[in-house]
Design a protein around this ligand. Structure first.
Ligand code: SP5
Ligand code: ZN
Length: 348
């Protein structure tokens, strides 16, 4: 399997994040991608491909233009406001801060703090000097992978950073800015696919991906994740979220409790694979988060190194052209082994 990789990710290198009310060293760091790339090389998974540039067009198929402009300008706006450290939001426009009956976004403050509160879902996702370079580079990686799969490769690994699955049409958060997997899925449709399935195995609910496609039946979204009654993003990922309108029945959530290990994880994964078979997509996009690992520092599932080999084997049984898009995973020293285990389990 080929891996698409760009050095641009390095430009997003945050110092701190706010997690559960505490400022700590950022978990989502450049070393995450380095260690995966090293393992791809060490295991001779396949060639490493440099991405093409795609510009903003594929991003604007999925994300709101005002949101894209905000992200482009945010760091400069932050600097102009007199601060030179990483930008985090700290105030949010809950419905009570809007005149009753006015829609979200009918008034967006011109101040960078007001804008961040409008577009951010959490205070854990710093915007830095190089964020724009990294997030547009991550989309180029996903899109290059998409093109390779669309032109006939069985499977490709898009080694994107920062991740994307928490980012929706007009919001960022959970370390995510542009939704790399959703952008690739839309690009498959634009290239002629009739149906695309997105399987999200990150420990956290793929709320952004779900939001983007929630009213549509041309993208089936499935997420296996930690129960939102216990875990971020808290407000979405419940089993009763199944889509709306044309999308009703095309969005599947499989929340699992803290402590979940392979036996019950596999049962949920098999349920997901059965739904994918029934849907009959032209292509599969896998949001590949490895934060289900037993030693992940911010997560509470119990998957082991070997379980990731089995995960790859199970996903391969769908027998579909497959694009793997890298998402979360914070047990950095184990991240290379776990990621490449999924990919080599798939390939064998
Ligand atoms: C892409 C991705 O994996 N994003 C994850 C974002 C998680 N953000 C905050 C999680 C807070 C949950 N509690 C952590 C417990 C640490 N003791
Ligand atoms: Zn995650």
């Amino acid at each position: 399997m080929r891996t698409v990789y760009s050095e641009d990710h390095r430009q997003h290198d945050a110092n701190m994040e706010l997690i559960e009310g505490k400022l700590v060293k950022a978990h989502e760091m450049p070393r995450r991608a380095d260690i995966v790339l090293d393992r791809v090389r060490h295991q001779k998974l396949g060639e490493i491909v440099t991405p093409q540039r795609f510009g903003l067009a594929p991003i604007l198929r999925v994300h709101d233009e005002g949101f894209v402009t905000f992200l482009r300008d945010a760091w400069n706006d932050w600097l102009k406001s007199g601060r030179d450290f990483d930008a985090l939001p700290h105030v949010w426009p809950v419905p009570g801060l809007t005149v009753p009956g006015r829609k979200r976004g009918s008034r967006i403050s011109k101040s960078i703090d007001g804008k961040m509160g409008h577009y951010a879902i959490d205070a854990g996702t710093p915007i830095t000097a190089g964020t724009w370079t990294a997030i547009t580079g991550a989309v180029d990686v996903a899109m290059t992978g998409q093109k390779l799969v669309a032109s006939g490769e069985r499977a490709v690994f898009a080694l994107c950073r920062p991740p994307g699955h928490h980012a929706g049409s007009d919001f960022y958060g959970g370390y995510c800015f542009f939704n790399n997997a959703a952008i690739a899925a839309q690009a498959f449709l634009d290239a002629g696919a009739k149906r695309v399935a997105i399987l999200d195995v990150d420990y956290h609910h793929g709320n952004g991906t779900q939001e983007i496609f929630y009213s549509r039946d041309d993208v089936l979204t499935i997420s296996l994740h930690s129960d939102p009654d216990q875990e971020f993003p808290y407000y979405l990922g419940y089993a009763d979220e199944i889509g709306q309108g044309a999308g009703e029945g095309y969005h599947l959530n499989l929340p699992l409790p803290w402590g979940t290990a392979w036996a019950s994880y596999e049962a949920a994964l098999q349920q997901a694979m059965a739904r994918i078979r029934q849907y009959g997509p032209d292509v599969l996009v896998v949001s590949l988060g490895l934060d289900t690992f037993e030693h992940d520092p911010i997560s509470r599932f119990k998957l082991t190194h070997d379980d990731y080999l089995r995960m790859g084997e199970v996903i391969a049984k769908a027998d579909l052209p497959t694009l793997f898009v890298f998402e979360g995973g914070y047990a950095v020293e184990a991240l290379g082994v776990n990621t490449v285990n999924v990919l080599s389990g798939f390939d064998q």
